[in-house]
Write a new protein. Structure first.
Length: 201
């Protein structure tokens, strides 16, 4: 499932706030990949961050396309639309990892630490929900990143470094993903009846 995304943004942002991101689109007939330079505008204050976030559109035609790209169950059989949605629901979330271990609850499907759903309520046509993403964020040690785990091992302390991590991942996402078109020519052709003009503004 991880390789069957519609959109992906991945890369590394160094502690100085600069990095390289790769944006990939598989939704269109001709898949595209573009490398982008990223500048947070300041030091991250949360160390070097590496991430890989994949988006799965949830409308019926996108679910069908996901199945057609090869979504199968454990037995190797193609799944139906309901099973595809169940698999997305089961696996969504953006996990934060340090030294190969996930910091819980970050990445749990019901824990929206990036506040994607909150942003989506504000602008549903341009924002994604937490049930659309599967991804990883890798962070450095506490000493380097100042991202400190809570004593009960239930997440990260809500300090300046944590706030910057959220801003950094969100900024990399919006600056990379939302500057790219989300509708391909195939979808436009399929739904072009009555369409007079389409503006990218």
């Amino acid at each position: 499932m991880f390789e069957l995304y519609d959109y992906k943004i991945s890369g590394t942002i160094n502690a100085d706030g600069k990095g390289k991101l790769t944006y990939s689109l598989q939704k269109a007939r001709n898949s595209t990949t573009e490398n982008l330079e990223f500048d947070f505008g300041t030091k991250t204050q949360c160390g070097c961050v590496e991430f890989d976030i994949r988006v799965y559109d949830r409308e019926p035609t996108a679910i069908e396309a996901l199945i057609n790209r090869g979504l199968k169950d454990e037995s190797g059989n193609y799944v139906g639309k309901l099973e595809a949605r169940r698999l997305l629901d089961q696996n969504n979330g953006v996990g934060v990892y340090r030294n190969g271990f996930r910091i819980r609850p970050l990445g749990d499907s019901d824990y929206d630490w990036l506040k994607l759903n909150e942003a989506r309520v504000q602008n549903p046509s341009k924002k994604i929900g937490s049930n659309q993403v599967i991804g990883t964020v890798k962070i450095e040690s506490e000493d380097i990143s100042n991202l400190k785990e809570k004593s009960a091992r239930d997440g990260l302390i809500d300090n300046e470094a944590y706030k910057n991590l959220i801003k950094l991942v969100s900024s990399a996402w919006t600056d990379g993903f939302y500057t790219k078109p989300r509708v391909d020519h195939e979808i436009l052709a399929e739904h072009s009846e009555g369409l007079i003009a389409l503006s990218g503004c």
